[in-house]
Write a protein that binds this ligand. Sequence first.
Ligand SMILES: [Zn+2]
Ligand SMILES: [Zn+2]
Length: 238
Amino acid sequence: MFYMFTFFGIILLRYLAMAGFAHRLFYHHQPANVSVPRDIHLSVLSTGIFALATALIMTLYDQGMTRLHGRMDAANWWVLPLSYLAVLVLQDAYFYATHRLFHHPKLFRWFHQGHHRSRQPTPWTSFAFDPLEAGVQALFLIGVVMLIPLHFATLLAVLTTMTVWAVVNHLGLEVLPLRFPHHWLGRWVIGPAHHSIHHRRHGKHFGLYFTFWDWVFGSEDPAYADALQPSALVRPGA
Ligand SMILES: [Zn+2]
Ligand SMILES: [Zn+2]
C-alpha cells in the first residue's frame, strides 16, 4: 500500500509536469477536436494501473523474484547501455504487436478507444490509455524485470525514455522540428510527424520508438515515406 500511494503520486506528478511543460512551451491556442479534460481523466486512471504495477514490481523485488539489482561493475559498464537498448527494442516490438491487436474491431472499444478520443493528439494524450490498455503495457514492465537482469538505473532510464518519448510523439504536427524527420536517423526514429498520422489514419503507424516494424509489415503511410525523400524538402512555398 505504501509503494502504491508513493508511486501513484510520483507517476501522476511526472505526467502533469511533463505534459504541462510541453503544453506551455508549444501550445499558444487550443487545437480543434481536442478534449484535454477527458485525456487527463484517462491518464489519472492509467496512473493508478502503473502505480499498481510498480508496487507489484517492488514487492516482487523484496521477495527476490525479480532480476533487478543495484550492483555497479566498472569492468562491465557497457552492460548498462546495452540492456537499456535491448529493453527499448523489446518494448517497441511488444507495443507494435499489442497496438495492432487493439485496433481490431472486436477489441478497439475495450482497449484503445480512449486514446483516440482527441482527433489531434496533445501532450495530455501521451498517458491517456483505457485501463485495460494500461494493464497490457504495464504487464511488459513486470515481465521484463522478472526475465532480464536489469540495474535499477537502467529501469529508471527506460521509464523516463517512455514518458518523454510519449509526450514528444503527441506534440502534434505544427510544432514539429522540420529538419529532424528527414535526417538519416529520423528515418528510423518515431516522432510527432509519424505518430500524428496514426491519430488521423488508424490503419497506419503502430510503432512506439522505431519505424522498423511499420516498415517491415507495410503499415507505413506511403506519404510519410515520400516526405522522407530529399526532394520533398524543397516544397514550393515551404
Ligand atoms: Zn492506436
Ligand atoms: Zn497516440
